[in-house]
Ligand binder design. Structure first.
Ligand code: APR
Ligand code: PHB
Length: 397
């Protein structure tokens, strides 16, 4: 088998890359080790930055999102029982975010690729990468019991944090921070609790009130990352959520919990994100804690840079953009890392902290909520920073 770009992984990164390349007339094959049902059914976060919304619309895959997603002009921050609305729309001169679940984005992208006769192989196994330092790298894999080899011009490793691609970059540096926090996430059959998302810092720990559809909502509470979900009855979850977010005049509607799990939190950046003809994108290269709602958006930023570089290669024979792929992508990634780390440390309860550090944390929230400059900074990061294609030294503010 031959193709121009071999893509490992049918997450948001791999599918959007395949879609963008197709729009430029460049052929790709996507190899995914899970089934279509599994990738379309996995529950993940659901906040799309303005740039992601624009990208989906401009490339013709935003129609259902515009119909079924919810545009949010702000968020609410809560601490010491005080709730402060952050009017992001006003503070960023008209930008906003869209609440639309990641697996719906996946469904829309899979449908668009298949409709355009795009090649996606689901349920492959034993994927391995070869000859990435040559001009014809290869991917070997098993599919339907047979062994296959895909010969490509480029390989895009979009295979998430545990995939094989990143490990093929020999001179990489992996920068990591593990947090002592976990998120217990639920999907519950209740009406929408609040028009906008609520991020709450409480003595008992962080809580987040989010939403999905008019009938099903997504909420989270901070727990010990090593805690067992079996310790959390539905009653205990609701009691804890209510204790952390309810105010005198705002009550949280409860109902049957249809899904619950606990995830640990880390920040991770791999540098560089390329070697020879291999380029890694999305969770394969970086992980953010979910507090900034950046995971999917970073994946979308990476593949915009990568598709432009590949396009330049085929149109002009030049590799200038591809050579700078890591540099361009990492600038935006590090800024989103900083924001995600900042939101995480500002909002979570760290039980190793002294009363002094707790005082500083609350005072930071107090400052953010009472300073227009700080609110503007939070807002411009939350709705998403732009990709910067030039070197830092050339940019004037
Ligand atoms: N072979 C083939 N496919 C693989 C392999 C492998 N060895 N290993 C992993 N994959 C697939 C996974 O099954 C998954 O579908 O690669 C895909 C990677 O997708 P994601 O993990 O969703 O990562 P990405 O596309 O970078 O999107 C980042 O997804 O993980 C969330 O919160 C994260 O929102 C962020 C976004
Ligand atoms: C979600 O709805 O799943 C969600 C929302 C905001 C976040 C993280 C997750 O910061």
């Amino acid at each position: 088998m031959k193709t121009q770009v071999g893509i490992i992984g049918a997450g948001p990164a791999g599918l959007m890359l395949s879609h963008l390349l197709h729009l430029e007339g460049i052929e790709s094959v996507v190899l995914e080790n899970r089934s279509r049902d599994e990738i379309e059914g996995t529950i993940r976060a659901g906040v799309l930055e303005q740039m992601t919304v624009d990208l989906l619309n401009e490339t013709g895959v935003g129609e259902r999102m515009m119909r079924e997603g919810h545009i949010h002009h702000g968020i609410e921050l809560q601490y010491n029982g005080i709730r402060q609305r952050v009017n992001m729309h006003e503070l960023t001169e008209g930008k906003s975010v869209m609440v639309y679940p990641q697996h719906e984005v996946i469904k829309d992208l899979v449908a668009a690729r298949l409709e355009a006769s795009g090649k996606i192989y689901f349920s492959v196994s034993d994927v391995s990468l070869h000859d990435i330092e040559t001009t014809s790298p290869k991917i070997r894999f098993k599919h339907d019991g047979g062994e296959e080899e895909l010969v490509c011009d480029f390989i895009a490793g979009c295979d998430g944090f545990h995939g094989p691609s990143r490990k093929m970059i020999p001179d990489r540096v992996e920068n990591q921070k593990i947090y002592p926090y976990g998120w217990l996430g639920i999907l519950a059959e209740t009406p929408i609790a609040n028009p906008e998302l609520i991020y709450a810092n409480h003595d008992r720990g962080f809580a987040l009130i989010s939403q999905r559809t008019p009938e099903i909502q997504r909420h989270y509470i901070q727990v010990d990352p090593n805690d067992d979900i079996a310790n959390w009855s539905d009653d205990r979850i609701w009691t804890e959520l209510k204790a952390r977010v309810e105010t005198d005049d705002w009550k949280l509607p409860d109902g049957p919990i249809i899904q619950k799990n606990i995830v640990a939190m880390r920040s991770f950046v791999c540098e560089p994100m390329q070697h020879g003809r291999l380029f890694i994108a999305g969770d394969a290269a970086h992980i953010v804690p979910p507090t900034g709602a950046k995971g999917l958006n970073l994946a979308m930023g990476d593949v915009q840079v990568l598709s432009r570089g590949i396009q330049e290669h085929y149109q002009t024979g030049r590799n200038d953009m591809l050579d700078r792929y890591s540099e361009i992508a990492l600038r935006r990634i590090w800024k989103a890392q900083r924001f995600s780390w900042w939101m995480t440390t500002m909002l979570h309860r760290d039980y190793s902290h002294s009363s002094f550090e707790r005082g500083i944390q609350i005072s930071e929230l107090d400052y953010v909520c009472t300073s227009r400059a700080a609110l503007t900074s939070l807002s411009e990061n939350y709705v998403g920073l732009p990709l910067e294609w030039e070197s830092a030294s050339k940019i004037k503010v």
